[in-house]
Design a protein around this ligand. Sequence first.
Ligand SMILES: C[S@@+](CC[C@H](N)C(=O)[O-])C[C@H]1O[C@@H](n2cnc3c(N)ncnc32)[C@H](O)[C@@H]1O
Length: 168
Amino acid sequence: MTAASPKPQVDTSKPHPARVYDYLLGGKDNYPVDHEVALKLPEASKMDARLNRAFMHRAVAWVARSGIDQYLDIGTGIPTEPNLHQIVQGIAPASRVVYTDNDPIVLRHAEALLISTPEGVTDYIEADVRAPQEILDHARGLLDFDRPIALSLIALMHFLPDDDDPYT
Ligand SMILES: C[S@@+](CC[C@H](N)C(=O)[O-])C[C@H]1O[C@@H](n2cnc3c(N)ncnc32)[C@H](O)[C@@H]1O
């Protein structure tokens, strides 16, 4: 984690996906601009945030039970317990997890993501999925790329516009 970096600048004049999602999940790390967007969403989308989070819980638990103990989670979101590492380390305590998000507000709360089991490790890097090399270079410090790694991009890629060519 970039612990020595200056306090993250959070622009509260524009809505941001991490904070809108946090609002929909009943969190407190959001601002009036985020509420405005969230309240315009159809009822089904409001429920989707909770269903999505529940899917993340089920999916990573399944992966952990399959024997995978390394995770790269891009588009982590503002911490909401249980976080990914708490689920997988509850199953395999030595699991190693690298979290990434491009929203400075997530970095502000990253301490919650760094409380690992003594046997495992967690780490956080503020980075954009559109800069994969930066993410991979950082993750190599913690994860063994000669062994299986689960990549989580849950509820992330739809934020990338077509101009960014998310398919490649
Ligand atoms: C809907 S949340 C999903 C959180 C978590 N993955 C989950 O499923 O519970 C999407 C997250 O993706 C992040 N995000 C959006 N665009 C991103 C990008 N280009 N690079 C990295 N993260 C991004 C947002 O900041 C937000 O925290």
